[in-house]
Design a protein around this ligand. Structure first.
Ligand code: ADP
Ligand code: MG
Length: 337
């Protein structure tokens, strides 16, 4: 898919062929002035957008184009899922430098469209523009039963707090990649958490279907910060038991090698794209939720009426250094340049 050979319209035609033509609920997809969606009655639509910009969010020197395509959609699926919605489709705006290679673009679309198929979230339109840096901006659309979206503002005092999957892996993976220290299989797995996130994007819709949650958010900026958003929007506080946090497999050992605190990575590292949710006191146990949601779930604490976020260890309040690790979320540095 070399833009210099194909030109804009040839490139759109190539994208259209690769994206497929017939998609449920889309009466018109790529090829007209705009895409046409037929909504189901009783559903509300959710919209979200997230862009990946060269030299801001990634550098080609350390980035595989296939993984970049995957990630461009994955981060949007995570947001759709965190609303309790199922994905319906997405638009893609590409900013292409004059010298972007055909192979690189091919690989980008391989990763992007593989995830699109796996998540039943087709590419239904977009735009292409020349630009100095490579830009991939995805706008995803989802649907949720009317009135049932999982908002940040829905948590209530007495709710229990649950999180899917594992925490801290993506931040450890980023550090390992930056320091060129990916050697063991466990370290490669952590690096993949960073480069190829697999958000449990279907879990939010299952929570809605089973009426199991009051509020949800995807953990993209670190558990401490994202939980903070829920507490602020809901006007409540929370107690989180540090020993219960599901640390990513291999995290403790990798953190020791990196000389960082694994808890700080789990609380402040970000980009884990797991789902954090508040559920009523009478909810099933984490083991039962794990089975019903088809995804590992861990109970990590509870929502409180006091407007404070308190971390405890063995029942005692402690103050983990979370803010000290905010720099993990800074744009990539090119120290070897
Ligand atoms: P317009 O001039 O109306 O903006 P374009 O030539 O930009 O039309 O796009 C023609 C069609 O191709 C539209 O259906 C548009 O959604 C689709 N399209 C353009 N760029 C992309 C892209 N990067 N990915 C998917 N579809 C695209
Ligand atoms: Mg256009």
């Amino acid at each position: 898919m070399d833009p210099r050979e194909l030109g804009e319209f040839g490139l759109i035609e190539a994208i259209r062929r690769r994206a497929g033509r017939r998609h449920p609920q889309w009466r018109v997809a790529i090829g007209d002035d705009a895409a046409v969606l037929t909504p189901r009655s009783g559903e509300e639509l959710v919209f979200t957008t997230d862009a990946l910009v060269e030299d801001v969010h990634f550098r080609w020197r350390t980035t595989d184009a296939r993984l970049l395509g995957h990630k461009a959609l994955a981060v949007n699926l995570s947001d759709v899922g965190a609303m309790g919605a199922r994905p319906l489709g997405f638009l893609l705006t590409l900013g292409l430098p004059a010298n972007v290679g055909g192979e690189r673009l091919d690989a980008f679309f391989s990763g992007l469209l593989a995830l699109a198929r796996a998540s039943h979230c087709p590419l239904v339109g977009g735009d292409i523009t020349r630009s100095r840096e490579f830009i991939a901006s995805v706008t995803a659309i989802g649907a949720v039963t009317r009135g049932r979206a999982l908002l940040r503002s829905g948590a209530r005092a007495g709710d229990r707090l649950f999180v899917t999957g594992e925490l801290g892996g993506a931040a450890a993976g980023l550090l390992l990649l930056e320091r060129g220290r990916v050697t063991t299989a466990a370290e490669s797995a952590l690096a993949r958490r960073q480069t190829a996130p697999r958000p449990p994007f279907a879990v939010g819709a299952r929570l809605v279907h089973l009426r199991l949650a009051h509020a949800a958010i995807d953990v993209s900026d670190g558990l401490a910060q994202d939980l903070g958003h829920v507490l602020r929007e809901s006007g409540v506080g929370a107690r989180v038991e540090l020993e219960k946090l599901p640390l990513a497999r291999g995290l403790t050992r990798a953190a020791a090698r990196l000389r960082v605190d694994p808890l700080a990575l789990a609380l402040g590292g970000g980009e884990d794209y797991e789902l954090l949710f508040a559920a009523p006191r009478a909810s099933p146990s984490a083991a039962v939720l794990t089975r019903r949601l088809q995804c590992r779930v861990t109970e990590i604490g509870a929502v409180t009426a006091r407007h404070r976020l308190v971390f405890t260890r063995a029942g005692r309040a402690v103050e983990p250094d979370v803010r000290g690790f905010q720099h993990f979320k800074a744009p990539p540095r090119d120290s070897e340049k």
